[in-house]
Design a protein around this ligand. Structure first.
Ligand code: RP5
Length: 215
Protein backbone atom coordinates (compact mmCIF):
# COMPACT_ATOMS: atom_id res chain seq x y z
CA UNK A 1 0.00 0.00 0.00
CA UNK A 2 1.31 3.46 -0.93
CA UNK A 3 1.97 5.71 2.06
CA UNK A 4 1.22 9.42 1.74
CA UNK A 5 3.91 11.74 3.01
CA UNK A 6 2.78 14.12 5.70
CA UNK A 7 1.69 17.44 4.16
CA UNK A 8 1.75 16.07 0.62
CA UNK A 9 -1.42 16.83 -1.40
CA UNK A 10 -0.60 14.15 -3.96
CA UNK A 11 -3.00 11.23 -3.92
CA UNK A 12 -1.67 7.70 -4.08
CA UNK A 13 -1.28 6.62 -7.70
CA UNK A 14 -3.89 3.93 -8.06
CA UNK A 15 -4.34 2.11 -11.40
CA UNK A 16 -7.47 4.16 -12.21
CA UNK A 17 -5.73 7.44 -11.35
CA UNK A 18 -2.80 6.52 -13.59
CA UNK A 19 -5.16 5.69 -16.50
CA UNK A 20 -7.03 8.99 -16.10
CA UNK A 21 -3.76 10.94 -16.06
CA UNK A 22 -2.59 9.13 -19.20
CA UNK A 23 -5.87 9.91 -21.00
CA UNK A 24 -5.67 13.58 -19.97
CA UNK A 25 -2.10 14.01 -21.22
CA UNK A 26 -2.95 12.30 -24.55
CA UNK A 27 -5.94 14.64 -24.95
CA UNK A 28 -3.72 17.65 -24.20
CA UNK A 29 -1.12 16.53 -26.76
CA UNK A 30 -3.82 16.05 -29.44
CA UNK A 31 -5.20 19.53 -28.72
CA UNK A 32 -1.74 21.07 -29.07
CA UNK A 33 -1.21 19.24 -32.37
CA UNK A 34 -4.52 20.52 -33.79
CA UNK A 35 -3.78 24.08 -32.69
CA UNK A 36 -0.32 23.84 -34.26
CA UNK A 37 -1.78 22.65 -37.57
CA UNK A 38 -4.31 25.45 -37.81
CA UNK A 39 -1.79 28.09 -36.81
CA UNK A 40 0.88 26.93 -39.16
CA UNK A 41 2.46 24.32 -36.89
CA UNK A 42 5.95 24.12 -35.46
CA UNK A 43 7.22 22.19 -38.48
CA UNK A 44 7.04 25.33 -40.60
CA UNK A 45 10.29 27.09 -41.37
CA UNK A 46 10.86 29.94 -38.95
CA UNK A 47 9.91 33.31 -40.39
CA UNK A 48 8.37 31.86 -43.56
CA UNK A 49 5.13 33.57 -44.48
CA UNK A 50 2.38 31.69 -46.29
CA UNK A 51 1.28 33.25 -49.55
CA UNK A 52 -1.88 35.27 -49.22
CA UNK A 53 -2.19 36.26 -52.88
CA UNK A 54 -5.30 34.70 -54.39
CA UNK A 55 -5.05 32.67 -57.59
CA UNK A 56 -5.65 34.90 -60.65
CA UNK A 57 -9.29 34.88 -61.69
CA UNK A 58 -10.02 32.31 -64.39
CA UNK A 59 -6.60 30.64 -64.14
CA UNK A 60 -6.67 26.92 -64.98
CA UNK A 61 -2.93 26.25 -65.16
CA UNK A 62 -0.51 27.07 -62.36
CA UNK A 63 3.01 27.78 -63.59
CA UNK A 64 5.39 27.48 -60.68
CA UNK A 65 9.11 28.23 -60.75
CA UNK A 66 11.71 27.88 -58.07
CA UNK A 67 13.27 31.30 -58.58
CA UNK A 68 12.73 34.66 -60.24
CA UNK A 69 15.76 33.69 -62.36
CA UNK A 70 13.62 30.94 -63.98
CA UNK A 71 11.01 33.34 -65.35
CA UNK A 72 12.70 34.16 -68.68
CA UNK A 73 12.42 30.44 -69.56
CA UNK A 74 9.10 29.57 -67.89
CA UNK A 75 7.44 32.51 -69.64
CA UNK A 76 7.40 30.28 -72.75
CA UNK A 77 4.76 28.09 -71.07
CA UNK A 78 2.63 31.10 -70.12
CA UNK A 79 2.97 32.67 -73.58
CA UNK A 80 1.75 29.58 -75.39
CA UNK A 81 -1.22 29.15 -73.04
CA UNK A 82 -2.06 32.88 -73.23
CA UNK A 83 -2.08 32.56 -77.00
CA UNK A 84 -4.76 29.87 -76.73
CA UNK A 85 -6.84 31.82 -74.25
CA UNK A 86 -6.00 29.54 -71.32
CA UNK A 87 -5.60 31.47 -68.07
CA UNK A 88 -2.40 30.94 -66.07
CA UNK A 89 -1.30 31.79 -62.58
CA UNK A 90 2.50 32.20 -62.60
CA UNK A 91 4.27 32.05 -59.24
CA UNK A 92 7.75 32.07 -57.82
CA UNK A 93 7.46 29.26 -55.31
CA UNK A 94 10.36 27.18 -54.11
CA UNK A 95 9.89 23.83 -52.42
CA UNK A 96 12.96 24.49 -50.24
CA UNK A 97 13.13 28.31 -49.90
CA UNK A 98 9.41 28.92 -49.41
CA UNK A 99 8.01 25.56 -48.22
CA UNK A 100 4.96 27.06 -46.50
CA UNK A 101 4.04 29.14 -49.54
CA UNK A 102 4.38 26.03 -51.66
CA UNK A 103 2.28 23.84 -49.39
CA UNK A 104 -0.49 26.42 -48.98
CA UNK A 105 -0.65 27.18 -52.68
CA UNK A 106 -0.67 23.60 -53.94
CA UNK A 107 -3.16 22.29 -51.40
CA UNK A 108 -5.60 25.14 -52.13
CA UNK A 109 -5.14 25.17 -55.89
CA UNK A 110 -7.85 22.74 -56.99
CA UNK A 111 -10.49 24.64 -55.07
CA UNK A 112 -9.24 27.86 -56.66
CA UNK A 113 -9.83 26.45 -60.17
CA UNK A 114 -6.39 25.10 -61.07
CA UNK A 115 -6.51 21.92 -63.20
CA UNK A 116 -2.87 21.41 -64.18
CA UNK A 117 0.52 22.34 -62.69
CA UNK A 118 3.64 23.19 -64.66
CA UNK A 119 6.74 23.30 -62.46
CA UNK A 120 10.12 24.56 -63.61
CA UNK A 121 13.24 24.32 -61.49
CA UNK A 122 16.98 24.00 -61.78
CA UNK A 123 19.72 22.28 -59.74
CA UNK A 124 18.32 19.54 -57.45
CA UNK A 125 14.89 20.15 -58.93
CA UNK A 126 12.38 18.78 -56.47
CA UNK A 127 9.64 21.38 -57.09
CA UNK A 128 7.64 19.20 -59.48
CA UNK A 129 8.03 16.08 -57.33
CA UNK A 130 6.96 17.77 -54.10
CA UNK A 131 4.06 19.43 -55.91
CA UNK A 132 2.93 16.03 -57.20
CA UNK A 133 3.19 14.68 -53.66
CA UNK A 134 0.70 17.31 -52.49
CA UNK A 135 -1.90 17.06 -55.25
CA UNK A 136 -3.43 14.47 -57.55
CA UNK A 137 -3.76 17.08 -60.32
CA UNK A 138 -1.44 16.44 -63.29
CA UNK A 139 2.05 17.86 -62.74
CA UNK A 140 4.31 18.67 -65.69
CA UNK A 141 7.96 19.18 -64.82
CA UNK A 142 10.37 21.39 -66.72
CA UNK A 143 14.06 20.89 -65.87
CA UNK A 144 16.05 24.09 -66.12
CA UNK A 145 19.67 24.89 -66.89
CA UNK A 146 21.79 26.99 -64.61
CA UNK A 147 24.03 24.74 -62.60
CA UNK A 148 27.47 23.42 -63.50
CA UNK A 149 25.69 20.34 -64.89
CA UNK A 150 23.69 22.39 -67.44
CA UNK A 151 20.32 21.00 -66.50
CA UNK A 152 21.24 17.30 -66.49
CA UNK A 153 20.88 17.39 -62.69
CA UNK A 154 17.39 18.90 -62.86
CA UNK A 155 16.37 16.56 -65.69
CA UNK A 156 17.25 13.48 -63.67
CA UNK A 157 15.80 14.91 -60.45
CA UNK A 158 12.50 15.66 -62.20
CA UNK A 159 12.16 12.55 -64.35
CA UNK A 160 13.32 9.93 -61.85
CA UNK A 161 10.27 9.91 -59.61
CA UNK A 162 9.85 6.72 -57.62
CA UNK A 163 6.75 4.74 -58.61
CA UNK A 164 3.52 6.09 -57.12
CA UNK A 165 3.86 9.85 -57.61
CA UNK A 166 4.11 10.70 -61.32
CA UNK A 167 5.63 13.81 -62.85
CA UNK A 168 5.41 14.15 -66.63
CA UNK A 169 8.84 15.48 -67.54
CA UNK A 170 9.70 17.68 -70.50
CA UNK A 171 12.94 18.72 -72.19
CA UNK A 172 15.49 21.02 -70.55
CA UNK A 173 14.84 24.75 -70.90
CA UNK A 174 12.64 26.86 -73.15
CA UNK A 175 11.51 24.11 -75.54
CA UNK A 176 10.48 22.04 -72.52
CA UNK A 177 8.54 24.97 -71.05
CA UNK A 178 6.76 25.59 -74.35
CA UNK A 179 5.88 21.91 -74.74
CA UNK A 180 4.66 21.74 -71.16
CA UNK A 181 2.30 24.63 -71.99
CA UNK A 182 1.07 22.80 -75.08
CA UNK A 183 0.66 19.59 -73.15
CA UNK A 184 -1.34 21.37 -70.45
CA UNK A 185 -3.61 22.69 -73.22
CA UNK A 186 -3.93 19.15 -74.60
CA UNK A 187 -5.04 17.91 -71.17
CA UNK A 188 -7.70 20.64 -70.96
CA UNK A 189 -8.72 20.01 -74.59
CA UNK A 190 -9.82 16.52 -73.57
CA UNK A 191 -12.97 17.99 -72.06
CA UNK A 192 -13.03 21.55 -73.39
CA UNK A 193 -13.88 22.02 -77.10
CA UNK A 194 -12.80 25.69 -77.03
CA UNK A 195 -9.27 24.74 -75.98
CA UNK A 196 -9.30 21.85 -78.50
CA UNK A 197 -10.06 24.30 -81.28
CA UNK A 198 -7.35 26.70 -80.10
CA UNK A 199 -4.85 23.85 -80.07
CA UNK A 200 -5.86 22.76 -83.58
CA UNK A 201 -5.43 26.34 -84.76
CA UNK A 202 -2.00 26.54 -83.12
CA UNK A 203 -0.95 23.38 -84.99
CA UNK A 204 -2.34 24.69 -88.28
CA UNK A 205 -0.50 28.02 -87.89
CA UNK A 206 2.69 26.18 -87.02
CA UNK A 207 2.42 23.99 -90.12
CA UNK A 208 1.65 26.97 -92.33
CA UNK A 209 4.75 28.78 -91.03
CA UNK A 210 7.11 26.06 -92.27
CA UNK A 211 8.48 27.13 -95.66
CA UNK A 212 8.38 24.63 -98.52
CA UNK A 213 11.89 25.57 -99.59
CA UNK A 214 14.63 27.06 -97.43
CA UNK A 215 14.52 30.85 -97.64
C1 RP5 B 1 16.34 26.39 -58.22
O1 RP5 B 1 17.62 26.88 -58.11
C2 RP5 B 1 15.60 27.39 -59.03
O2 RP5 B 1 14.57 26.78 -59.73
C3 RP5 B 1 16.63 27.97 -59.95
O3 RP5 B 1 16.61 27.35 -61.22
C4 RP5 B 1 17.94 27.62 -59.26
C5 RP5 B 1 18.78 28.81 -58.91
O4 RP5 B 1 18.03 29.74 -58.20
P1 RP5 B 1 18.62 31.17 -57.89
O5 RP5 B 1 19.84 30.96 -57.06
O6 RP5 B 1 18.92 31.82 -59.22
O7 RP5 B 1 17.53 31.91 -57.16
O8 RP5 B 1 15.75 26.24 -56.98
Amino acid sequence: MAIRKKGSKKKPATKTAKKTAKRKSAKKAAGKKAAGASAGGKSRAAGAKPSSEPVSAGARVAVLMGSQSDWSVMKAAVDVLDGMGVGCDARVISAHRTPDRHHDYVTGAREAGIEVFICGAGFAAHLAGVTAALTALPVLGVPLEGSALQGMDSLLATVQMPGGIPVATFGIGKAGAKNAGLFAAAILAGTDPVVREALDEFRARQSAAVPIRPE
